[in-house]
Design a protein around this ligand. Structure first.
Ligand SMILES: Nc1nc(O)c(N)c(N[C@@H]2O[C@H](COP(=O)(O)O)[C@@H](O)[C@H]2O)n1
Ligand SMILES: [Mg+2]
Length: 491
């Protein structure tokens, strides 16, 4: 498995959580005497090594829901399913849950509008929404409008925690995390966060007394605060401060999460929130392997990360390296329909005649879509109009080669997502095609084109090397895009 930026954050988070679970509620004094340096077992909740808590469960619920689009009802239903121990528990039971979260989930059960379920009083500011906000970062990675980001954070937090303080703590965490996702180092990200939040405060009429509570994070430098003034209770402000303090007073993933655990009290949550950021800063490979290896349901979490990476980060989900020797292949090439009009595997071709519509524009084939999007990407409106008018996919392809201001590196970054989206439109708008694709089940779809080393494998189906992915001469991007579309259509 090649870890992605999603793995960095999610595994950073869950490992921090699992380190903290055995000593949750232990005092700082106790942990000074018996510091945690390794993944422990049993302890507070009597759970085996690698067990994660409600923090990770609800994080996974949110992540899984976001993979299907932004839907507050769906998110809240997943929380309810977790509460009933139907999904995302490490061992089939819920052994840790906060007061505010419990109260909110009871309202979800009664069919209350999700954004009205979270407590909105000052006493409802436990860290229960901050501890599960991480996946929203990935969903919002391309969003630059602070008002939109705030609104989304507010809605997602409000399912369990609707008070401004909880929402604002989540907002600060998300803005900091988004700066990390953009590739900033932790110091840059901290300054970016302070600056952006300052502008947001200036432009919005917010409660001054509430904002003042965040001064140690927003105005001062949290890392300059002495340890005896950093608290690690389950209060949202404490958790936000403690996690940023742990990040900015250490220089490695390991030191950051162990410091968070050894602050004591709400050890799992402080370490999980810290770990999510530390994972983004130091990367997956900085997480000790012995800690990763004991994480309960590691493979399921890996799958979720891949799904998030594909759907939220618009990244390629399948690659040649992921194919296993036991996988079954379906090789296709050519675009001609069968003489009797039946759908055959040639429908997977970009040239297959099956029109679809997007935002009021008709695309005659997936090839027309791909070339039109190429022209749009480089701002060539003249060629774009000609492509949309092109009578055949061959003509569209030829026009695509004439797009002006073309840059290969930009095209390489965008091409897969363009083709995936086009094929999603093509197959989702035609029931027969959709059924045909779904009927291929788990097969590896392979464009066995001897003349295409990007979208195909650069080999014909009967070439002796075609059965051996490591010997392919091409990337098979079309096959992998179709497999991704198949996954989306299944959901
Ligand atoms: N203080 C406390 N007592 C318990 O018995 C608990 N199970 C927890 N769990 C933690 O509560 C936090 C979330 O609380 P809210 O939903 O915000 O009230 C979170 O840290 C849980 O791990 N806490
Ligand atoms: Mg906790």
């Amino acid at each position: 498995m090649k870890p992605t930026i999603v793995h960095n954050g999610i595994f950073g988070f869950v490992v921090g959580d699992a380190l903290g679970v055995p000593v949750e509620f232990k005092s700082r004094d106790y942990l000074n005497r018996f510091p945690v340096n390794e993944m422990l077992e049993y302890g507070t909740h009597e759970q085996p090594k690698g067990t994660w808590s409600d923090d990770s469960s609800l994080t996974f619920c949110l992540a899984e829901s976001l993979c299907n689009g932004y839907n507050l009802d769906d998110i809240s239903q997943k929380f309810l399913q977790w509460f009933n121990a139907q999904i995302w528990t490490p061992h089939g039971i819920v052994f840790d849950i906060g007061i505010a979260t419990t109260a909110a989930i009871k309202l979800i059960k009664h069919g209350i509008d999700p954004v009205l379920c979270g407590g909105a009083s000052e006493m409802d500011n436990g860290n229960g929404s901050l501890m599960r906000i991480l996946p929203l970062l990935f969903y919002l990675q391309n969003e630059s409008d602070l008002k939109v980001i705030f609104q989304r954070v507010k809605e997602v937090s409000s399912i369990t925690h609707a008070h401004f303080r909880s929402v604002f703590a989540c907002f600060i965490y998300v803005i900091y995390g988004l700066a990390l996702l953009k590739g900033q180092n932790k110091k840059e990200a901290y300054l970016t966060m302070q600056l952006k939040i300052k502008h947001f405060i200036q432009e919005n009429n917010l409660d001054v007394n509430e904002i003042k509570l965040f001064n140690r994070v927003l105005v001062d430098d949290i890392s300059a605060v002495p340890e005896n003034e950093i608290y690690s209770s389950g209060y949202v402000l404490h958790s936000l401060e403690a996690s940023l303090w742990c990040i900015h007073t250490t220089e490695s993933y390991k030191d950051a999460v162990l410091k968070a655990v050894n602050l004591g009290d709400d050890t799992d949550t402080t370490a999980a929130i810290t770990g999510g950021l530390a994972g983004l800063i130091y990367g997956f490979n900085a997480i000790p392997e012995s800690w990763l290896n004991v994480i309960t349901k590691k493979e399921e979490i890996e799958k979720l990360c891949l799904e998030m990476n594909a759907t939220l980060m618009n990244q390629q989900k399948y690659t040649v390296k992921d194919i296993k020797i036991s996988d079954k292949f379906l090789m296709f090439w050519g675009h001609q329909p069968a003489p009797n009009g039946e759908i055959t595997k040639t429908c997977f071709s970009q040239w297959w005649l099956s029109a679809f519509v997007h935002e009021g524009i008709n695309y005659k084939t997936a090839e027309h879509w791909m070339m039109a999007k190429k022209a749009e990407l480089f701002g060539d409106t003249t060629i774009l109009a000609k492509i949309l008018d092109a009578k055949t996919p061959a003509e569209a392809k030829k026009l695509g080669r004439e797009v002006s201001h073309y840059h290969d590196d930009i095209w390489v970054k965008n091409r897969f997502e363009i083709v995936r989206q086009g094929n999603y439109l093509k197959f989702s708008q035609n029931e027969a095609l959709k059924d045909y694709l779904l009927a291929t089940e788990k097969r590896i779809l392979v464009e066995a084109s001897p003349v295409d080393s990007i979208w195909g494998i650069g080999l014909a189906h009967d070439h002796p090397d075609a059965a051996y992915p490591e010997k392919w001469k091409g990337l098979n991007l079309l096959g992998f895009a179709l497999m991704q579309v198949r996954d989306e259509l299944k959901r």
